[in-house]
Design a protein around this ligand. Sequence first.
Ligand SMILES: [Zn+2]
Length: 307
Amino acid sequence: MSVHAGLPEGVTVFERGWLSSNNVLFAGEQDTALVDTGYVTHAAQTLELVGNALGERPLNRVLNTHLHSDHCGGNAALQERYPALRTLIPPGDAAAVAAWNESVLSYSATGQQCPRYHFDELLEPGTRCVLADSEWEVHAAPGHDPHSIILFHPDSRSLISADALWENGFGVAFPELTGEPSFGEIDATLYLIESLRPRTVIPGHGRVFYDVETALKVARRRLDGLQRDPVKHARHAMKVLMKFKLLELQTVSADAWTSWILNTPYMETIRARFYSDRSLDELCSELLEELANVGAAKIDGDLISNL
Ligand SMILES: [Zn+2]
């Protein structure tokens, strides 16, 4: 937990890592709110972080920047702990959440888990919301996720950038993997961020950062490279999904691993689109070896572990 220079009063950032997104806690005179809630396997830790910070006060609202499992996996646990909690989500996924359509919501496609939660209100781009007694702007930030929003506080020029901009890149362009162009949207979102001229950025993952100019430069260079080589992006995306699963499982038998790959529709979708001449099994073994070679995984006989 840390309070950072440059952020408005009442804002605390829980820097979580890569399996769970960062969480941003707002404690104002009027109410309390949490932006993004981490992955389900870290839900107990999320409850503890929030409970320790708020003490006797309840959590009044949860806001999700987007509905990937690492950003809203703690929603259900928080809704249970704080029954009067109101949950706000971006409008694009509202119907899928209401009907709990796990394939539209990406949880079954990516082979990830997310317990069912409900929502109460929508975070409409172009509106403002009050967090810790001051107004934050809601902006659409499609690209990594078509329905993602980011939150900007004009007075302090603080930005909650979700997975649209990290200190060293941005999240996978998921729509591209299924044939929906999104590199252009990522580019437009980077321009939007530049136009807001943020001074402090709270990314979805990684530490709070201030050198926004350099981060934008890095992101654009990376985007350029991916646009020039979409197969490289597809390969990277498969490795990201694999590494995420290893972070969740820590250690898994080779059989269980193979079964996860075969039961994760995204892996086959990406293979069919970008590697039609390869078998999924062979391709994934090669990618796992690449992860092991860079020290991100360990293959030890029948066991595969996160490193
Ligand atoms: Zn995401």
